[in-house]
Design a protein around this ligand. Structure first.
Ligand code: OOB
Length: 573
């Protein structure tokens, strides 16, 4: 088996249907695809060719700076566009030799290291689909991603943040029969070293391989989610590259830009808004920060002449405070993008005085739609709104509970459709029936208000999710973990206000009558022991005899949120 070639019968992403006609993903209807091409949004580019073109145009320009572990810069790796391109080719040839080919899914869980780009571009080239896991994910999430996508391979660091991913990989591998390869950046242990995958004869790859088509899938991104397990978001080359081009124009990213990737590279925000991929599209330089804290990021900004970066609101707060006393020169920084969760107006006002750069608010979602404030907007718009859509092709509706359009200025549910917003989750027909309108608008679950100038202000959320400083926690997912405890009768997870993260998670729990009593700490330990990302473990557990109910007899989360907020206010936090 030579692995997947363009004619590989496993290459099924383009048809939109797997064998047996199980819908893999909901393709854009033909009339919309035509419209998006005619408007010049979709230009028939692919990620594989994009990197090839940049490498041909400027092979010696630096693409990736990975500072490595040494703070003095001695372990820094600098890959040129030519080198990244060559590495991606050799890795692609190696993957094909392992039998990883077009349409195969590969769960990628790498921290901010240069190998992330080598692997991801290699997968783009062969047409295998990266599934972008976050470094914080553990057994519960990774097992699901591997099993649900029938992943052929799983790419990990050896140890990251003190956690040994090789052991996690061994456990998952024993449970998921499709998982043929575990590839490790670093010491492989019982698995395969990433460094041993590349095949020297990359020319063979190039000559034999046609690569994916622009309308085919490039990768699967994770949804923040509001259901028991995270849904997967299928993005095509055409649609995602358009969002990069649009973002670059709005954020003024060009070949002179230096983008600092401070958030986890796999997340949609640092990946594409305009992110690392936007920077590479522009022929700019990407600097990888192993951690987003000022002690790591500030020296990198000075040393590498960083011009823009993206942060979630809690980190933006930390940076604005730390900037006052820093010995580092941050004057190269032109733009700070803040998004992922609502940035308060008071905090937004502090950015320019503290950091000397322009704030750009970003309200985006991995499903597609991204809004930005514009760099030359008046200060009141920059601090007081979450921006407006990238594209004239983005359709925005603000509706009431019955899907009726509301007048401009009124607060309601945000629905959207457009040239880089998905038409359905991957292999999820039941979810799609409720997450999208019959005519293809995505129900964002966000509650917004549209200003006269067409800017969006995020007022709240209707989806059953906690936004913990940009990290999304699906209530149902955590409730299911709590319900697995033998003493628990019922559980309801809600948000509680937090001055730093904006929101934290509070789990209300009803114990079984006559069951062994359990304390808050023990319950949290039990949940953590089930192997899930740390940020999903409830921050607080409240025991109660019964849940308040709505008129129709459902748990009233609104009342629970009000109760915990009142409790915190009473205690002065
Ligand atoms: C980004 O993507 P996701 O998929 O992790 O989360 C999307 C959700 C939105 O639906 C909204 O609920 C919330 O995150 N959100 C914001 C926000 N930005 C995202 N809520 C209020 N204000 C904002 N500025 O989070 C994401 C993707 C691309 C760019 C930026 C963020």
């Amino acid at each position: 088996d030579g692995g997947g070639t363009a004619a590989d019968p496993r290459g099924r992403t383009g048809s939109g249907h797997a064998p047996g006609h199980q819908p893999e993903f909901v393709a854009y209807p033909a009339e919309f695809a035509e419209r998006y091409r005619a408007a010049g949004y979709w230009r028939g580019e692919t990620f594989g060719r994009m990197l090839r073109d940049r490498a041909a145009a400027h092979p010696d320009r630096i693409a990736i700076v990975d500072p490595g572990p040494a703070p003095d810069g001695s372990t820094t790796r600098r890959w040129t566009y030519g080198e990244l391109d060559g590495r991606a080719d050799r890795m692609a040839a190696g993957l094909l030799a392992l039998g990883v080919g077009k349409g195969d899914r590969v769960v990628v869980q790498l921290p901010n290291v240069a190998e992330f780009f080598e692997v991801v571009f290699a997968l783009f080239r062969v047409g295998a689909l990266p599934v972008f896991a976050l470094p914080a994910h553990r057994d519960s999430e990774i097992r699901h991603f591997c099993a649900f996508t029938e992943a052929a391979a799983y790419v990990i660091p050896d140890v990251a943040g003190g956690y040994d991913h090789r052991e996690l990989a061994s456990r998952v591998r024993s449970e998921v029969p499709t998982l043929r390869h575990v590839l490790v950046a670093g010491d492989p242990g019982p698995h395969t070293a990433l460094a041993d995958v590349p095949t020297a004869d990359a020319g063979a790859f190039d000559a034999a391989y046609a690569g994916p088509e622009p309308h085919e899938l490039a990768f699967l991104q994770l949804s923040g989610g509001s259901t028991g397990v995270p849904k997967l978001i299928p993005r095509t080359h055409d649609d995602y590259i358009y969002s990069l081009r649009g973002s670059n124009e709005i954020c003024r990213v060009d070949e002179h830009s230096v983008y600092l990737c401070a958030l986890p590279a796999a997340h949609n925000f640092p990946l594409s808004s305009p992110g690392t991929l936007g920077a590479l599209y522009a022929g700019a330089r990407v600097v990888l920060a192993p951690r987003p804290s000022p002690d790591v990021a500030f020296p990198l900004i000075e040393r590498e002449g960083v011009t823009l970066t993206g942060l979630v609101p809690p980190l933006a707060l930390v940076w604005t405070e730390a900037a006052a006393a820093t010995p580092y020169d941050l004057s190269s920084l032109e733009v700070l993008l803040v998004g992922g969760a609502k940035f308060s107006e008071e905090a937004a006002r502090r950015v320019r005085p503290a950091l000397g750069c322009t704030l750009q608010q970003v309200f985006g979602m991995a499903e597609g739609l991204v809004n930005y404030t514009r760099l030359d907007d008046p200060e009141e718009i920059i601090v007081g709104t979450q921006g407006r859509p990238i594209s004239p092709g983005d359709e925005i509706r603000v509706v009431d509970d019955e899907d009726r359009d509301l007048p401009v200025g009124e607060t309601g549910h945000l629905l959207t459709r457009g040239p880089y917003t998905i038409r359905g989750y991957w292999r999820a027909p039941e979810h799609n029936a409720t997450s999208f309108t019959p005519d293809g608008f995505y129900r964002t679950g966000d509650v917004v208000r549209l200003t006269e100038d067409g800017y969006l202000v995020v007022e709240g959320r209707a989806k059953d999710q906690i936004n913990r400083g940009g990290e999304k926690v699906a209530a149902e997912e955590i409730e299911n973990h709590i319900l697995a405890h033998p003493s628990v009768h019922d559980a309801a997870v809600v948000s509680m206000p937090d001055p730093y993260l904006g929101e934290r998670t509070c789990a209300y729990v009803v114990l079984r009558e006559g069951a062994e009593p359990v304390r808050s700490a023990a319950l949290k330990k039990f949940i953590r022991g089930r192997g899930l990302a740390d940020y999903k473990v409830p921050d607080r557990v409240e025991f109660t005899d019964a849940f308040p109910q709505t008129g129709v007899g459902k748990v009233s989360k609104k009342d629970l949120r009000a109760a915990i907020a009142a409790e915190l206010a009473r205690k002065g936090r």
